[in-house]
Design a protein around this ligand. Structure first.
Ligand code: PEP
Ligand code: MG
Length: 325
């Protein structure tokens, strides 16, 4: 099976009836690029930049960040690279950054909230990103956006930094600006957010945790961590529909994007980009090749309207895929 998959390495990601989608890789550091290449990713769909901060003894300098972002962007040879601004807080801490203790860190000052409270640190990252944009196809992504105000603040700072660099004579390339959909509030208002960004990427790891009110790392409530729960799927479908209505692309970079049960449901909803750990890429590309999109008609509708449980949807997809085996 692995040998069969390997043949797909340099092939496009297409369904049995020739519909094309994008399969991308999630990375944590530029060192992960080897796996990205070896598995034939068509893009980097999520570069989690917080590791750059976590792996150093002090805040990484603008130049250090620039070099890391440039290495990934150049390494992809003109293919898209989605770089997410730092997602510190929650369970991710820095030894050199003394932040107040919080009762519920996952509901506290995390990701974009922390960046907006520490604009100088955020500004340094944005400068490094814009400088790197000259070397390929950069998509800048903000994590944990929950309100339009947060998005406006982040975009305003990005514009300020852009103008500042232009004044300094620094070359900036074309780049896209997008946001993660991982807070239920943002998924519900996806139609409003879609008018203000170039793309969405759905972060199911957090979207599931916040929708089900079940800590993603707590074994005692892992039975509530339900990717195929119709409530989660409704938020995903609304996000995808809203993106397409506004004419923007929408991807997924949570674990669910590389999940074989989730995959046919996402395909039936028309998700454009699937970003996953590099080792899942060839498996999903091979499943995509089996599926005829005409057969998918009605699957998403059943998954969100007829199914009432996570298990209903596991069965729905197993029955659906049985016709291809
Ligand atoms: C997510 O929440 O799905 C996601 C991709 O972000 P992270 O796992 O880094 O929180
Ligand atoms: Mg997340």
């Amino acid at each position: 099976q692995k040998a069969e998959w390997q043949k797909l390495k340099d092939q496009p990601s297409v369904t049995a009836d020739g519909k094309k989608f994008l399969i991308a890789a999630n990375i944590g550091t530029p060192n992960d690029m080897e796996g990205v290449k070896a598995n034939g990713a068509e893009a980097v769909g999520l570069y989690r930049t917080e590791f750059l901060y976590m792996d150093s003894k002090d805040f990484p300098s603008e130049d250090d960040q620039f070099e890391a972002y440039k290495a990934v962007i150049e390494g992809m040879d003109g293919k898209p690279v989605v770089i997410r601004t730092m997602d510190i807080g929650g369970d991710k801490h820095l030894d050199y950054w003394d932040l107040p203790d919080e009762m519920n860190p996952f509901l506290g000052v995390r990701a974009i909230r922390l960046s907006l409270k520490n604009k100088e640190i955020f500004r340094t990252q944005l400068r490094a990103l814009l400088r790197a944009s000259a070397y390929g196809k950069l998509c800048i992504m903000f994590p944990m956006i929950g309100t339009l105000d947060e998005l406006h603040q982040a975009k305003a700072l990005l514009k300020e930094v852009h103008d500042e660099l232009t004044k300094e004579g620094v070359k900036i390339g074309d780049y896209q600006v997008g946001m993660m959909i991982e807070v239920p509030a943002a998924a519900i208002l996806a139609d409003q957010f879609a008018k203000e960004v170039d793309f969405f990427s759905i972060g199911t790891n957090d979207l599931i945790q916040y929708t089900m009110a079940a800590d993603r790392g707590n074994d005692n409530v892992s039975y509530l961590y339900q990717p195929y729960n119709p409530s989660v799927l409704r938020l995903i479908k609304h996000t995808i529909d809203s993106a397409h209505k506004a004419g923007i692309w929408v991807g997924m970079c949570g674990e669910a994007a590389g999940d074989s049960t989730m995959f046919p449901i996402l395909l039936s909803m028309g998700l454009d980009e699937y970003s996953m750990s590099a080792t899942s890429i060839l498996r999903i590309r091979s499943e995509m090749k089996k599926i005829n999109t005409k057969d998918l008609e009605g699957l998403a509708d059943k998954a969100i309207n007829e199914s009432t449980t996570n298990e209903d949807n596991e069965k729905l997809v197993a029955d659906f895929m049985a016709k291809y085996s």
